[in-house]
Design a protein around this ligand. Sequence first.
Ligand code: ADP
Ligand code: MG
Length: 698
Amino acid sequence: MSTVSDYFGSMVFDDRMMRANLSAEVYASLRKTIDEGTELDISVANAVAEAMKNWAVEKGATHYTHWFQPLTGITAEKHDSFISPSPDGGVIMEFSGKELIKGEPDASSFPSGGLRATFEARGYTAWDPTSYAFIKGKTLCIPTAFCSYGGHALDKKTPLLRSMEALNRQALRILRLFGNDKAKRVVSSVGPEQEYFLITKEMYDARPDLRYTGRTLFGAKPPKGQEMDDHYFGVINPRVAAYMEDLNEELWKLGVLAKTEHNEVAPAQHELAPIYTTTNIATDHNQLTMEMMQKVAAKHGLVCLLHEKPFDGVNGSGKHNNWSIATDDGQNLLSPGATPYENAQFLLFLCAVIKAVDDYQDLLRISVATAGNDHRLGANEAPPAVVSIFLGDELNAVLEAIETGAPYKGIEKTQMKLGADVLPKFNRDTTDRNRTSPFAFTGNKFEFRMLGSSNSIACANIMLNSAVAESLKIYADRLEAAADFETTLHEMLQKTIKDHKRIIFNGNGYDESWIKEATEKRGLLNYPTTADCMPHLLDKKNVEMLTAHGVYSEAELKSRCEIMLENYCKTIVIEANTMTAMAKTQILPAIEAYCADTARNASVKKALAPELACHYEANAVRRLSALADQICEKGEALEEAVVSLGDAENIEAEAVMIRDRVLGLMKELRTACDEAETITAKSYWPFPSYADLLFSVK
Ligand code: ADP
Ligand code: MG
């Protein structure tokens, strides 16, 4: 193993391995399944399983697992060894096509949101041949979909694959209308930029809040935060550099195209971006990347924090979902073309996205909703919870010209006419970037920036693919029936621009006045919390659209809504319990110890020198005692609020109680504790400070 190209993908049973290890016939048959989704013959599956196993065993693997993505948001695996007893008392390594294609994990402990009755506790996993198998540790991992026996999807991969199929179906109809009869498939691709924090293991271990909840629930502002902007793109320190090097190597072996890495805005914050690939593989790879980030960190005595908001008052971490759609022969449909016809086609796809984002703002917001990400959206660093699109001046002018029929300055002809004018190439000008927009066009792709750092990218792309498929379907229906293609197209796009231009916003998304304008003047949706947005998953228009495209059944949507709200409630209840425990068993005793010592010092001093005022001691004890009372009182109120959640009628009501009461009490408790931290001597404070945490990696 010397150069990267020697070991890249060495742990992946990729196309190179398939070609080398399968007969020409088996390879061709498998390729057809991968490329066109045809069913796999059992004899082919047996041959593939045998080759896969031999390859894996040679690499030291002893086990295999169906690797899947249950609704918990992380990946799951259950390992089975390849061993099978042989008559002579030894073992042989076996793996059949049946085992490759289908697994039956006891799935009763995975959330199903009521989709799986307890009597059918077993779900099954089914191989997804479009994502390559790989070896992790000593285990051959087979990417799979996870369903209940009733056929309901219990995972994120199944709806993602369905949404890709829906988009493919509708986009092909459009391409045919534009005379393209060569393209066989249209695929959506994603390059997810992943942000994360690194702190030392030592600091992490000393904070129960980080260990139990992934974020700090207490912590006074450090004297130095990110105000100097000296971390962003700064020189990477040697310990972090060694970590990144190791991480890259692990990811490359797994065939993940890790490409770019740099320091982010906050101290201790970094980013990794891979080269984009199909949404399905990008999702699998992003899950693997998050897992490897944590594993490799442990080897370096570090902990990788993937929480959206590990530190209050410091930038949180997100994930930028760079999304585009392309044909199987490599034509990016979001790239302006060289001919007028291609441009008309580009404008159609552009308008389809604009319409989709406006019609399904709620679904996009829902797709990124978690308790963790709620801290970020709208917190002056991440995009707001209001969805809008940034197009940039040039495209904006083009759309305006189409809408009004007025001349467009970029083109010499007097009137912008679809199918007649060549659009200028849009430069991917970095000065034209709008970092505050939730959904920005960046030259040949859209960057959806609302995702939280720990989110699976599956959800966002399911909604995006489906909503765009819906716009395309409406367009295709109309155009297929049109007598005059060009006129109909022109009128259709004009109407889209008129109806949906409210979603286009090129200004500063962090501005207070924007939220006012967005909600009051433009009627855009603003759902600040998960409790606000999640129930809208079941709005009639959303259920109709998602079921019509076969992405989710209504039962599956109900289950998702239930599970997401449950996650929200559980997360915050764990946080609240962690807070009260830390306050009672660590913070209050620390304050008491410090007050007692300080008071004792004062009385000793006064006994020695009665003229001393002992202001410092008196003030500290007075203020800290008052704060201790507040902490005690807020802590009790928080405990009661958590207990009262038991009275909630259903999960939706519980989420609302959490939003309206629990979150506020957590904040009040924290404020009192954080002030106490600034008065108590550091040697008494029971856990590392923000400064200790943020500047721990040296
Ligand atoms: P940025 O300036 O935002 O860092 P980059 O060019 O570095 O832009 O790309 C960011 C991410 O977008 C990378 O993961 C990259 O692979 C991905 N990307 C680039 N082109 C496309 C595309 N056509 N479709 C999807 N993702 C893309
Ligand atoms: Mg970016």
